[in-house]
Design a protein around this ligand. Structure first.
Ligand code: ADP
Length: 437
């Protein structure tokens, strides 16, 4: 219904009642009584209005302190509407607070840095990622000029040129960041920072890997191509021909090893190839590794195995590859007559496999880099012994998939000890009896 009608009709009725009452009094008791009755009626109406006005002003002073009265006449409607407005307002406030909390939480979890600045680059707000990327502290730096906090000539140039349609790549505090300024709300600007240090490192590793792998494959291929050219251009006596064929076979084996190792690494790194743990019979596996080590050594080393630990849950082929690589290294980097001890034992934190040799050892500066792909202490020695430079990288990846760790302790000329530790969570409850070989 029309709000004007809703308001004025009851007011008109009440006024008509008042005047009608006063008229009746006039008719019965005379003019003075009628005027007095009308005056009393107006006074009562004014009193009621003042009372509700006072209650309204009290409530407006502290709306949260109490309920509004029900009111009388048009006040009933006014109070009801005010009450509804207040309730809606409270609901909106609660929703707004909830949204703000969610927004704050999202900003806290965001891996990208977000800095809100005013038009003259004074810091208003930033999230934890921005604090980490740019070394800011919201509480300390609020209200300071961002150019005084992010002291980088590249960043200054970016701001001076003001070409914000292009992001800026900058090196800052040991990180590589992509920074982007987005103007908004006329007088504010958002600075977004994205950390690409790891992506760049992975990209560099990928490039290095391709360059190294191509180089490793090109060398034997060049040798084979050279011999084939000789064979095609001249008649060779049977002895030279046999020698060339032998060398070509060696080089092709080298390429084969390299490709096999590269495929193993790529399988280990592939996310589409998750590790499915199975029960691994450790004594049987280590017997096989021992057998392969002895075959590679050709009787030139004294190789022994002790098994004092339980079986594990893991991937048999991957563990075979990791343990086999460690034993193969021990054989290849230990001069003839040396000793190699293999030990499998329980430890307070799980189980460990130790390969100890009396070989050439490793200087301390190389140890931390040994698991990098194609990293070799002595390139020619590695190649001479059919090394691909990927063995320890394979060990590292197998251990990553088994939550294990590799520890290397060595000294040049003093032999080496490679220790693989696997966590208790992988130890199988089905323990095989201890064996020694
Ligand atoms: P490679 O195929 O060259 O042996 P790895 O990744 O297996 O490659 O090993 C990397 C390097 O670590 C080797 O080139 C060698 O210099 C060093 N290394 C590994 N194992 C031993 C060891 N038992 N004794 C001495 N040096 C070792």
């Amino acid at each position: 219904m029309n709000p004007k009608v809703v308001f004025w009709v009851p007011v008109g009725i009440r006024l008509a009642f008042l005047l009608g009452g006063a008229g009746l009094v006039w008719w019965w008791f005379g003019v003075e009584a009628g005027v007095a009755a009308a005056f009393a009626g107006v006074l009562a109406a004014v009193f009621i209005q003042l009372k509700y006005l006072y209650q309204l002003s009290e409530w407006l002073e502290k709306p949260e302190s109490g309920r509004l009265p029900d009111g009388w006449g048009e006040w009933t409607d006014i109070f009801a509407r005010l009450y509804r407005l207040r309730r809606d307002d409270e609901k909106n406030q609660a929703e707004l607070t909830e949204w703000l909390a969610r927004f704050r939480q999202a900003m806290h979890l965001l891996p990208d840095g977000v800095v809100i600045m005013d038009d003259v680059l004074f810091l208003e707000w930033c999230n934890p990622a921005a604090e980490e990327h740019l070394g800011l502290q919201q509480a300390r730096d609020k209200g300071m000029r961002v150019t005084n906090l992010v002291r980088s000539p590249d960043f200054m140039d970016y701001l001076i040129l003001g070409r914000y349609d292009q992001p800026l790549t900058l090196n800052f505090r040991g990180r590589k960041l992509v920074a982007h300024i987005i103007p908004f709300e006329n007088r504010r600007q958002i600075l977004v920072t994205h950390d690409i240090t790891e992506t760049q490192r992975a990209e560099m590793m990928r490039r290095d890997f391709i360059a190294n792998a191509s180089h490793e494959l090109r060398t034997p291929l060049t040798v084979i191509a050279g011999f084939l050219e000789i064979a095609a251009s001249m008649e060779l006596d049977p002895e030279t021909r046999a020698a060339h064929l032998k060398l070509m076979t060696e080089q092709s084996h080298r390429m084969q090893h390299l490709i096999e190792d590269m495929l193993t690494l790529s399988r280990l790194e592939s996310v589409d190839h998750p590790m499915r743990p199975e029960h691994v019979n450790i004594p049987a596996l280590l017997e096989q590794v021992l057998h392969e080590g002895r075959a590679l050594s050709g009787g030139k080393h004294d190789i022994s195995l002790e098994v004092h630990g339980g079986d594990v849950m893991g991937n048999m082929d991957e563990l075979h590859s990791a343990f086999g690589n460690l034993v193969s290294n021990a054989v290849r980097y230990t001069p003839a007559g040396g000793a190699i001890r293999l030990r499998w034992e329980d430890t307070p934190t799980g189980v460990q496999f130790q390969v100890q040799d009396t070989g050439i050892g490793i200087s301390p500066e190389h140890i931390s880099r040994l698991t990098e792909r194609f990293y070799r202490v002595d390139k020619s020695r590695s190649r001479e012994t059919q090394g691909t430079g990927l063995g320890l990288a394979i060990v590292k990846h197998v251990l990553l998939r088994h939550s294990g760790k590799l520890n290397i302790s060595s000294e040049a000329g003093q032999g080496s000890t490679f220790t693989v530790s696997l966590p208790k969570s992988l130890v199988s409850t089905n323990v095989e009896p201890a064996q020694a070989a």
